[in-house]
Design a protein around this ligand. Structure first.
Ligand SMILES: Cc1cc2nc3c(=O)[nH]c(=O)nc-3n(C[C@H](O)[C@H](O)[C@H](O)COP(=O)(O)OP(=O)(O)OC[C@H]3O[C@@H](n4cnc5c(N)ncnc54)[C@H](O)[C@@H]3O)c2cc1C
Length: 265
């Protein structure tokens, strides 16, 4: 089975800091990592390839430093890495990002399965997987926590709010995965060394390689615009009560009475 895995480089923090003047993310001093769920998507791809044969291609869109994530993916065992990097891709919203990734997958041509994380920890939209599937005109299975492949089909268990469902879909198909799917392997030392050598199979594709016009991608091709980005100020005042349990209980009752919250008689 030939598999394309979508991998995004994200800041290694859940506390995204924003420059109050420019509204841009402060990336200085924040290490970049592969989006956590994408590592699970890659692990699933590697297991399927190891069992059924085929090839795993890792695809990422981002600035030149996103190549680090591709190197790590190759060190984990991926066969080929492609970075989509061009100034015209900058400032993309999810629509423009999906268009660019979709064009690249069409250029790859031979694929049975596209795997992605459910959601990136920085953008947090969970839109890319479904939008790429729509762009390619293939079925999509989201929130997948178990995955099996058969001849010409995949069978997935999808997590729902109050249970789960089993669905079979013909290939080619796009699947977005949850971290409960598997335990990602670590990159090997030999793999890390190999991935940084010039012979490492990493290709860098720009807009011309994809045959896209500047107005179709990046900021110009985006349907949405960020008007303002800000960190919400904490609106709650926390008051700590101290003393013995009886004293704390008395203070709590007093505080609730002052707020005119009626207590049971
Ligand atoms: C309104 C809006 C405006 C934005 N403007 C900008 C901007 O000006 N500049 C900017 O840098 N970003 C911008 N972004 C963020 C950028 O669009 C997103 O990072 C990108 O579209 C991915 O969306 P996400 O992070 O929410 O991914 P999700 O949909 O949450 O990601 C799901 C999965 O899709 C795959 N994936 C996502 N992104 C990539 C990628 N780049 N390469 C490979 N795989 C990927 C991964 O497998 C990931 O786990 C904007 C986002 C929005 C919503």
């Amino acid at each position: 089975m030939d598999i394309v895995v979508l991998v995004k480089q994200v800041p290694n923090t859940t506390e995204v800091r924003i420059d109050p003047k420019t509204g841009n993310l402060i990336r200085e001093g924040v290490e970049s990592i592969i989006n956590p769920e994408d590592r699970h998507a890659l692990e699933a791809a590697l297991q399927i390839r190891d069992n059924t044969g085929g090839k795993v291609t890792v695809l990422s869109m981002g600035p030149p430093q996103a190549i680090d994530g591709i190197c790590e993916a190759l060190a984990m065992g991926a066969d080929r890495g492609i970075l989509l990097s061009d100034r015209i891709f900058a400032g993309a919203d999810t629509w423009a990002t999906s268009t660019t990734l979709g064009r690249a997958i069409r250029k790859i041509e031979q694929f049975d399965l596209v795997l992605a994380g459910r959601q990136a920890v920085d953008g947090d939209t969970a839109q890319i997987g479904p939008q790429v599937a729509e762009y390619l005109g293939i079925p999509q299975l989201t929130y997948v926590q178990k995955l099996e492949v058969r001849e010409g089909a995949v069978i997935a268990e999808r997590a729902l709010e109050d249970g789960c469902e089993h669905i079979e879909a013909p290939t080619p198909v796009l699947v977005t995965v949850l971290s409960s799917l598997n335990e990602p392997r670590y990159p090997t030392v030999a793999g890390l060394i190999d991935s940084t050598r010039p012979r490492a199979p990493i290709e860098i594709w720009n807009g011309a390689d994809l045959g896209v016009k500047a107005y179709e991608v990046g900021l110009a091709g985006s349907l949405t615009q960020v008007v303002k980005t800000f960190t919400p100020k904490g609106a709650r005042n926390t008051q700590y009560l101290e003393g013995s349990p009886a004293a704390v209980a008395a203070q709590l009752i007093d505080a609730l009475r002052k707020k005119e919250i009626r207590l049971g008689e």
